[in-house]
Design a protein around this ligand. Structure first.
Ligand SMILES: Cc1ncc(C[n+]2csc(CCOP(=O)(O)OP(=O)(O)O)c2C)c(N)n1
Ligand code: SF4
Ligand SMILES: [Mg+2]
Length: 351
């Protein structure tokens, strides 16, 4: 881990967002990842998305597990809350933090090893509980940090750098997230920032469990011929179903489109997700159709990307648990000790 601070000086004409912050105010320390690693491009996309959303950095809690991908929260949002958990355990720590304080914006960053191997159980439960968060897997098909072993997302038949064949079936976290009830599910590519930034913005404003699988090539161990997670392979097989514009209360997009080519999703916080259809027949509000479509494309050797599913009326864990709106650390004596009459009423309810 590096603690190298970036030089504070920046060009005086850098554009400011509504909070008066430049894009640089959303950066972290200097990255120590390999030059060309896809993860660094995802870091840049997160910085851009948070800056464009005018997100106050102190309102964000970033959490991760272990891996090159899980190191990246050090490289963005240096002014935010951060927690680096044990390998594969980010989802339960994020759930606990969210239950205790629903006022923060939760951003979980993980790897395919962290989420699809050791952390698969944790991944499943955080999705089925509908925790309000953005969960990003930086998917390179290998354990980058421990020198390139196949992960559980490596495709069957793909080859390691040394020529070994992967004989195991792969896990598609997008399909799993859909099956488990995530309410915003997308897939992006670290090499396509134009698609990725709006996908991250949409996830951050979505009031439920948002999952993004971002294909993110590992240049050190999985960028060769025979890999299905290399820059060349993903570029050649990437089939975007739509392009997304995120319209928040602060920033209106005024472009107009031909009727029938747009699918609009209004969320209850007032934000609007505007989907420009690239694949005419694709309906991002149909969970079952999305699962079917993704699997069919996969069988044809294609990787479906874009906003693959969104539920305009998501259920969040707090709604299911009927929790108090106030963060637990702000509850005073009056709320915590409501008196004998309230205790008696509560006890009666248990008899
Ligand atoms: C409990 C535990 N088991 C194993 C490890 C060793 N380990 C560290 S990172 C890692 C895999 C990381 O892969 P991934 O999540 O895909 O991240 P990447 O480095 O590819 O971004 C493993 C197995 C560990 N740190 N802790
Ligand atoms: S080993 Fe792979 S995943 Fe890790 S920093 Fe290098 S290129 Fe990125
Ligand atoms: Mg990995």
């Amino acid at each position: 881990m590096t603690y190298l601070a970036k030089p504070k000086l920046h060009h005086p004409d850098l554009p400011l967002n509504k909070l008066g912050l430049t894009r640089r105010d959303y950066e972290g320390t200097v990255s120590t990842l390999c030059a060309g690693c896809g993860h660094d491009s995802i870091t840049a996309a997160i910085i851009q998305a948070c800056w464009e959303l005018d997100m106050p950095p102190h309102r964000v809690a970033k959490l991760s597990g272990i891996g090159c991908s899980s190191k990246t929260p050090t490289y963005f949002l240096g002014q935010s809350h951060g927690f680096n958990t044990v390998h594969g355990r980010m989802p339960s720590v994020l759930t606990g933090a969210n239950v205790a304080n629903r006022d923060l914006i939760y951003l979980g960053v993980s790897g395919d090893g962290d989420s699809a191997s050791i952390g698969l159980g944790q991944f499943a439960h955080v999705m089925r509980r509908g925790v309000n968060m953005t969960y990003i897997v930086e998917n390179n098909g290998v354990y980058g940090l421990t020198k390139g072993q196949f992960s559980a997302t490596a495709d069957r038949g793909s080859k390691s750098k040394r020529g070994a064949l992967n004989t195991d079936e792969s896990i598609d976290l997008v399909l799993l997230a859909l099956q488990l009830g995530a309410t915003y599910v997308g897939r992006g590519f670290s090499g396509d920032k134009t698609q990725l930034v709006p996908l991250i913005k949409g996830a951050l404003v979505h009031p439920g469990a948002a999952f993004l699988d971002v294909l993110s090539p590992c240049v050190a161990f999985n960028n060769h011929e025979g890999s299905t997670k290399s820059y060349d392979y993903v570029r050649e097989h990437n089939e975007a179903v739509n392009a997304l514009d995120v319209i928040t209360m602060h920033r209106e997009i005024t472009t107009s489109y031909a009727p029938g080519t747009i699918q609009e999703v209004r969320q209850h916080d007032g934000s609007v997700l505007r989907l420009r259809k690239i694949e005419e027949s694709y309906d991002a509000s149909d969970r079952l159709a999305a699962m079917n479509y993704i699997q069919r494309r996969y069988a044809e050797g294609e990787i479906a990307t874009g906003l693959l599913y969104v539920d305009a009326e998501p259920r969040d864990l707090h709604e299911s648990l009927n929790t108090v709106a106030m963060p637990l650390n702000q509850l005073g004596e009056r709320e915590l000790c409501p008196g004998n009459a309230a205790l008696e009423k509560f006890n009666q309810g248990l008899r």
